[in-house]
Write a protein that binds this ligand. Structure first.
Ligand code: ATP
Ligand code: MG
Length: 168
């Protein structure tokens, strides 16, 4: 289905609720990325898991950014935080089920499933997801690439034309 990335991210942000009360979540989605061919419910789960992690592992008062841009064949979406980051040697393992990094913070409870679920959903859409260092090498950036080779602008125009009442 065609879904609006702003709606998906907005719903995920709303779902983080009080989890995110100590963080500032900034959403920077390029207007060219409005429509995505994704399952909106599953993709909301991806962003919820990523925002949940960012708010769980990054200290209070820091900024969490959701950023999205489009190239002709791909959409790139990143969730970037200012926390401890993911060590390079763990950047693949964190996507394994039940794998957890010890950040020395016993309060950050979890099962170790969140990122494994994200990878399953993104790969089901033909995309990739990886963990990288955040801005200036600090914090974590989870980078998603989704293939979007369709003529999204043309499709958006057709959808809005279809939405016109008959006879207009
Ligand atoms: P769950 O999501 O199932 O509640 P979890 O958060 O531990 O538990 P994942 O979301 O799969 O599991 O993350 C795996 C591990 O990767 C985490 O335990 C954490 O150590 C590390 N990690 C994930 N996201 C971040 C992040 N934004 N910053 C630092 N470490 C992270
Ligand atoms: Mg998690």
């Amino acid at each position: 289905d065609w879904a609006d990335l702003n709606d998906i991210v907005g719903a995920a942000v709303e779902r983080t609720g009080r989890l995110a009360r100590d963080h500032t979540i900034k959403v920077d989605i390029d207007p060219g990325v409005l429509l995505l061919c994704v399952d909106p419910v599953l993709m909301e789960q991806v962003f919820f898991n990523l925002l949940d992690n960012a708010c769980k592992y990054a200290p209070p008062g820091t900024v969490v950014k959701v950023w999205a841009r489009r190239t002709p064949n791909y959409v790139t979406i990143e969730v970037i935080d200012q926390g401890p980051g993911i060590p390079p040697e763990a950047s693949e393992k964190v996507f394994d089920m039940f794998y957890r990094v010890d950040h020395g913070d016993s309060k950050a409870a979890g099962t170790g499933l969140g990122l494994a679920i994200c990878r399953g959903i993104v790969e089901a859409h033909g995309g990739t997801i990886k963990a990288e260092p955040g801005l200036n090498g600090a914090g974590a950036a989870i980078v998603i690439h989704l293939p979007q080779s369709h003529d999204i602008d043309g499709l958006a125009a057709r959808i809005s034309a279809d939405a016109e009442p008959e006879g207009t």
